[in-house]
Design a protein around this ligand. Structure first.
Ligand SMILES: [Zn+2]
Length: 284
């Protein structure tokens, strides 16, 4: 599926039609702006939305958007609705473009290619919404430790859950499950490293009280690149936002969800025909 990487839309602002072009933001431009429900006072919400709009809009009539233009969009219900609708469709398409590569546990070469829709259908999950009520960024599953999903006895799980994401620089790597004592110990040591870093303009959000950064730090602990190196929080900050959202949902589906109907989820290896479940172990 081809994605329009710079979707366009027309919006009326101050009585004039403007041509907007959207862009795929970096994770650190959007996720740390996330407001938990108890923080959503109208003035705070408007301020955060204006910052989000400035990061999500590439150009307005060919020019980089000014702060006042971002504020004007947030102040106009019709303009805000139009931009949110285009943004939501854009990010849904980006998230759907990620590919899951489930490695066969029965041979050393086979892998089964899947997408998020496969997991949502076979695990019968309610549809995911990236944005609450279509407006504010929703709560990432990775922001907090969740329990490991149950696994049926006697069925082999994937040797690894790999992924690819088609960005300007295509991404490839492996996810590992962030559950159990080992995972929590790794996170503790990552938080100690973070505590030693100065809060400059690039690191203003690097605190436990920032919900978006908790999710960023946890993904860094659960992601290894194709060369085997573990990801750093800086690298997750710079991930295309669609890749972050895809990996957040993929980790949730392959780690936190109980597998109750194994027959729907089973896949067979295209190389050796062996059958397995494309999820991660949760008893570590
Ligand atoms: Zn195989």
């Amino acid at each position: 599926m081809d994605i329009v990487r710079r979707p366009r839309l027309r919006v009326e602002l101050a009585g004039r039609h403007r041509e907007l072009v959207l862009r795929e933001a970096e994770t650190a431009e959007i996720l740390p702006l996330l407001l938990d429900p108890e923080q959503r006072f109208p003035a705070v919400v408007e301020g955060r939305l204006a910052l989000e709009m400035a990061a999500l809009i590439d150009t307005i009539d060919g020019e980089v958007p000014a702060e006042e233009q971002a504020q004007a969009i947030v102040a106009s219900p019709a303009a805000l609705a139009a931009v949110c609708q285009a943004r939501n469709a854009f990010y849904d398409a980006l998230v759907a473009s990620g590919r899951v590569l489930a490695a066969c546990p029965h041979c050393s070469v086979g892998e089964v290619e899947l997408d998020l829709l496969f997991y949502w259908l076979t695990l019968r999950l309610p549809p995911y919404r990236l944005f609450d009520e279509g407006v504010l960024m929703g709560h990432p599953a990775l922001a907090d430790p969740l329990h490991g999903g149950s696994r049926p006895a006697g069925l082999t799980l994937a040797r690894a859950i790999g992924f690819s994401y088609p960005a300007e620089q295509p991404l490839r790597g492996l996810l590992r499950p962030l559950v159990g004592r080992d995972g929590l110990a790794r996170e503790d040591s990552a938080w100690q490293d973070v505590a030693a870093i100065e809060r400059d303009d690039d690191h203003w959000h690097w605190t436990r009280s920032n919900t978006g950064f908790r999710a960023i730090l946890r993904l860094s602990q659960g992601l290894a690149w194709a060369d085997g190196r573990q990801a750093t929080p800086e690298e997750i900050d710079r991930l295309p936002l669609g890749a972050y959202l895809f990996l957040d949902l993929l980790h949730f589906a392959t780690t936190n969800v109980d597998v109750s109907d194994a027959s729907r989820l089973s896949v067979s290896c295209p190389d050796c025909g062996g059958v397995f479940l494309p999820v991660m172990p949760t008893d570590a």
